[in-house]
Design a protein. Structure first.
Length: 133
């Protein structure tokens, strides 16, 4: 597995590290370490019981960390496409329930567009290097 990791092109490696870092950070800090009230409030639109929303945020944080780790090592472009569609879905969720978030600095639109672009680049690089890895 490590051999696969180190045989990637520099562009693919940078994309993977950036995507993984983003998912791991977003899972660990605002969901596990700090339990951001914004995360809980946003999820509260679909889970109205506060304690359940807190619990769901915790498990979402675990899932995001695991997904970030998985992005580092997967050989499948399907995972990168799943990532892109998940990010688009998350954007839609925020747009529907909290559209004012799009007016804030460092808002979900700017973050997700950058992550989608990294995913597109990584998918292209992975396709180019499929025969080498």
């Amino acid at each position: 597995m490590l051999r696969h990791f180190f045989r990637q092109t520099p562009v693919l490696l940078i994309c993977r590290l950036s995507l993984a870092f983003s998912w791991i950070y977003q899972g660990a800090v605002p969901k596990l370490a700090c339990q951001s009230s914004g995360e809980i409030d946003l999820l509260g639109h679909v889970i109205p019981i506060y304690q359940w929303a807190c619990e769901a945020v915790f498990w979402m944080g675990i899932a995001e960390i695991l997904f970030g780790i998985f992005l580092l090592f997967t050989k499948s472009r399907k995972v990168l496409w799943f990532n892109m569609f998940a990010l688009i879905g998350l954007l839609g969720f925020v747009l529907f329930f909290e559209p004012t978030m799009f007016t804030l600095p460092f808002n979900p639109l700017t973050l997700n567009v950058a992550l989608i672009a990294l995913s597109l680049i990584a998918a292209g690089e992975l396709k180019k290097t499929e025969n080498l890895i």
